[in-house]
Write a protein that binds this ligand. Structure first.
Ligand SMILES: C[S@@+](CC[C@H](N)C(=O)[O-])C[C@H]1O[C@@H](n2cnc3c(N)ncnc32)[C@H](O)[C@@H]1O
Length: 300
């Protein structure tokens, strides 16, 4: 399915800022992923409002090409949502879930507990895989997490080291213009409020995106192939979109180091201004769309 249109491309040029937020791994551990609520909200809304019948999980399964007996390392496994869906395809395999945040790691463990696939849960930062021997895994995956890793280059070198010859590494991330419609209503509301300039930044995924990922991966892997996947969420009422927007930390504005100074009334007003725009689109068009441009690099 192709949701890309010249109008969306033009909108992205107008809306997506050139500079992006930086989120630290420490913030991921101590602020955003102390529990799984943000991930759960995004996963729930995404699954309920998507319009591509081929899901992101279908895309991942196809790209991982599992036979059922692989040893798989999931870097930044979060709450185990993806692992739960892959697990039946690894019934005779072995899973290592790895994450910097103990809260989500525990949620992942609970999700998979009692299944026949042996699982280990390891806390750490993905740029230090020294606890794993060379050639330990048939598959390594890193989904929507690499932008948090302090030393990306070291993480990729380490991934290459622990991957067996003939194995695959799957790195999933977004294009910088993914969800441009959400950014449009967000930045419009920020402008209406005269918000500080430092909030006008793109997603931190721009650190390693579908646009610049190849050049970062190529020094470490003999073959790097990009496989894209798109979806469009369509909302016929504002509320589920607003939950999704909140779970994205208001396009990272609430992740800003100085967000506490802005206060709760700032974010309440932001939310209401966004709601008004979304409602207007729904009244005119019947739904509010959020287009996702995502994909995976398959590295060998
Ligand atoms: C957006 S979530 C993605 C979770 C999961 N991969 C998914 O796609 O559902 C990012 C995850 O990366 C983890 N993370 C952040 N920095 C990390 C690091 N340096 N090493 C390992 N995990 C990290 C976070 O704790 C969080 O669980």
């Amino acid at each position: 399915m192709d949701f890309r249109t010249p109008d969306l491309d033009q909108l992205a040029e107008q809306v997506i800022p050139q500079t992006h937020f930086e989120l630290s791994a420490a913030d991921a551990r101590d602020k955003f992923f102390t529990t799984g609520w943000m991930l759960e909200e995004k996963q729930l809304v995404h699954n309920r409002y998507r319009t591509n019948p081929r899901s992101m999980l279908d895309h991942m399964l196809e790209n991982l090409a599992l036979s059922g007996a692989e040893e798989l390392l999931d870097l930044g496994c979060g709450n185990g949502f993806i692992l739960e869906h892959l697990r039946p395809h690894l019934a005779a395999g072995h899973i290592v879930g790895f994450d910097i945040a103990p809260g989500v790691l525990e949620a992942a463990r609970e999700r998979i507990e009692g299944t026949v696939t042996p699982c280990e849960w390891v806390e750490g930062s993905a740029d230090d895989l020294s606890r794993f021997a060379d050639d330990s895994f048939d598959r390594v995956m890193a989904n929507y997490m690499m932008h948090y890793v302090p030393d990306i280059d070291r993480c990729l070198a380490e991934t290459r080291r622990v991957l067996r010859p003939g194995g695959r590494f799957m790195l999933t991330t977004d294009r910088p213009d993914s969800m441009v419609e959400m950014y449009e209503v967000h930045f419009t509301a920020l402008k209406q409020m005269g918000a500080p300039e430092r909030l006008f930044k793109a997603t931190p995924k721009a650190r390693i995106s579908l646009e610049n990922g190849h050049e970062q991966l190529a020094p470490h892997f003999a073959g790097v192939e990009l496989r894209t996947w798109q979806d469009q969420l369509q909302f016929a009422s504002p509320e589920p979109f607003l939950r999704f927007y909140h779970a994205h930390n208001y396009c990272c504005a609430a992740s800003d180091a100085a967000a506490d100074e802005l206060g709760q009334t700032f974010f309440a007003e932001l939310r209401e201004r966004v709601r008004a725009q979304v409602q207007e689109v729904i009244d005119t068009r019947g739904y509010f769309a959020v287009t996702k441009f995502t994909g995976s690099f398959i590295c060998r």
